[in-house]
Design a protein around this ligand. Structure first.
Ligand SMILES: [Mg+2]
Length: 250
């Protein structure tokens, strides 16, 4: 019997590898604004420690010695432009879902689990992603951006999700790709399955209840790196989520 009542997922890096599109959108916004810098992959990897695009730009400007001083208003405009460019890139190029995402969401919905999207990306970006990926209407709850005062790794957004979904501790399982996401979900009482992403593979996930290469598809099994193993099928399914939940209390 499956006792898990809800499945909560992060967006960037977890549902899809969107970070390269985000990076390109930041760089296009900087070029358009005449700002003399561009973020390469190693730098962007370090900057991803800061959650939230606006916070990330502000953090970079503080640490970049020759950076121009931007007013709060200019910073907001720059971030809004980045989001518009990201949305355009998403609609042009798309961001394919990671293996097993569509399958697991379908199985969870069919079994009556509550589904939540819990992301620090802006509501506009989240909406554009759901439209272009064919996931519009799949989630019962979408929490995005500045809906809480402090972003991940603060647990506020997962506390809010728990309240909105009416869940007790350990009744839902969170899927994340980063340490910030892990700390946020764990801090609000959710067992966490990590599927490391392009930019997060070498982070510390030792407190996670499970770590899997990805969610797995029949014919494209995932490797299981920590926590329960998925047997011959090599896919994360509802029984597997229940096992992850079981590891929470042990
Ligand atoms: Mg993520």
């Amino acid at each position: 019997m499956v006792g898990v009542k809800a499945l909560l997922l992060d967006l960037d890096g977890t549902l899809a590898e969107t970070e390269e599109l985000h990076r390109e959108a930041f760089n296009r916004a900087f070029r358009e604004a005449g700002l003399p810098f561009s973020w390469d992959r190693p730098l962007y990897k370090a900057l991803l420690e800061v959650t939230g695009g606006k916070e990330r730009i502000a953090h970079f400007l503080r640490s970049f010695p020759d950076a121009p001083r931007l007013s709060e208003e200019a910073l907001t405009r720059l971030h809004q432009r980045k989001n518009a460019l990201y949305e355009a890139l998403l609609r042009e190029e798309g961001a394919p879902l990671r293996p097993g995402v569509r399958r697991l969401l379908g199985e969870a919905r069919e079994a009556g689990l509550l589904l939540a999207l819990v992301t620090t990306t802006s509501p506009e970006n989240a909406r554009a992603f759901l439209e272009t990926s064919g996931l519009k209407g799949v989630f019962h709850l979408v929490l995005a951006g500045d809906i809480v005062p402090h972003k991940k790794p603060d647990p506020a957004i997962y506390h809010l999700a728990r309240k909105e979904l009416g869940l007790g501790e350990g009744e839902g399982v969170a899927v994340e790709d980063s340490r910030n996401g892990l700390l946020s979900a764990r801090g609000a009482g959710f067992p966490v399955l990590i599927t490391p992403g392009l930019y997060t593979a070498d982070q510390d996930f030792s407190e996670a209840q499970g770590v899997a290469e990805h969610l797995g598809e029949p014919g494209h099994p995932a490797r299981f790196l920590q926590g329960p193993r998925a047997g011959e099928r090599g896919v994360v399914d509802l029984d597997y989520l229940e096992e992850v939940r079981g590891w929470w209390s042990t």
